[in-house]
Ligand binder design. Structure first.
Ligand code: NAD
Length: 260
């Protein structure tokens, strides 16, 4: 059903974004990848997805903390493919510290990338979606868009903001064939979480496997990570025809985290 659509997935050189990009390409979507990383590895990734799935894949290195780079990325995608049908706002960073020790520049960076960048992407992509009369926006929020944890003030504020923004965009586009929804993952074993596990192991002087087990047991009742493939499948569903009347919602994929 998504064959021939064009999808931009921010932060898709790694982790969840890459999983979603692969899932959409698997449905026949052309892709714009975005994110940081080694140029040769990104080019190999671009070629691999294009060859495996028989779709066109482009790459933008836009820094999502820079509004002018976001505007250029969306304009380039529209010019190259004749329009942007699906926008997945996924790029994100983390910083942990108690509020009183939280470096203001890290606060600014987390809010800029995890929240303000989402606003700028939607702002840039919506006019084209309205013009063509179809659009799907999927925002990757977090369990931390619904509940809080200590030491994550900027991240929790940004993700709650993304959930609120999702609802507003859904209302403003409700009469067009455009939907805007949020996915709220619990723990997924990506580089972003591996960093937190390694920091915990070092701080507590315990093996990494123990730190991983403790992290899961603390929040995620299933005691298992959600996978990038599961999140990719949910994103595909939200872009598909069965989800045409689903808008302004949050979808937890968190092993029971937010049921507690
Ligand atoms: P990751 O670190 O594996 O990937 C993050 C991606 O964002 C990378 O491609 C990176 O290059 C890109 N990125 C970072 N800063 C950027 C910038 N300024 N401009 C453009 N791209 C940038 O992380 P992940 O775990 O896959 O996280 C993806 C999203 O999922 C984030 O929004 C994160 O908050 C959210 N999330 C992750 C988990 C989890 O457990 N991993 C849980 C809930 C929500």
């Amino acid at each position: 059903m998504l064959k021939g659509k064009t999808a931009l997935v921010t932060g898709s050189t790694s982790g969840i974004g890459l999983g979603i990009a692969c899932a959409l390409a698997g449905q026949g979507c052309n892709l714009v990848l975005n994110g940081f990383g080694d140029a040769a590895e990104i080019e190999a990734l671009r070629q691999r997805i294009a060859e495996q799935e028989g779709v066109e894949v482009r790459y933008s290195g836009a820094d999502l903390s820079k509004p002018e780079e976001i505007a250029a990325m969306v304009a380039e995608a529209e010019a190259a493919f004749g329009g942007l049908d699906i926008l997945v706002n996924n790029a994100g960073i983390q910083h942990t510290d108690p509020v009183e020790a939280f470096p203001p520049e890290r606060w600014d960076a987390v809010i800029a990338i995890n929240l303000t960048g989402v606003f700028h992407c939607i702002r840039a992509a919506l006019p084209g979606m309205r013009e063509r009369g179809w659009g799907r926006i999927v925002n990757i929020a977090s369990a931390h868009g619904l509940v809080a944890s200590v030491n994550k003030s900027a991240y929790v504020a940004a993700k709650h903001g993304v959930v609120g923004l999702t609802k507003v965009v859904a209302l403003e586009t409700a009469e067009a064939d455009i939907t805007c929804n949020a996915i709220c993952p619990g723990w997924v074993l990506t580089p972003l979480v591996k960093q937190q596990i390694e920091a915990r192991a070092e701080k507590e002087g315990i093996p990494v496997a123990q730190a991983e087990h403790d992290l899961l047991c603390e929040k995620q009742p299933s005691k298992a990570f959600a996978t990038v493939e599961q999140i990719g499948a949910l994103a595909v569903f939200l872009c598909g025809p069965a989800a045409a009347q689903i808008t302004g919602t949050t979808h937890s994929i968190d092993g029971g985290w937010t049921a507690q």
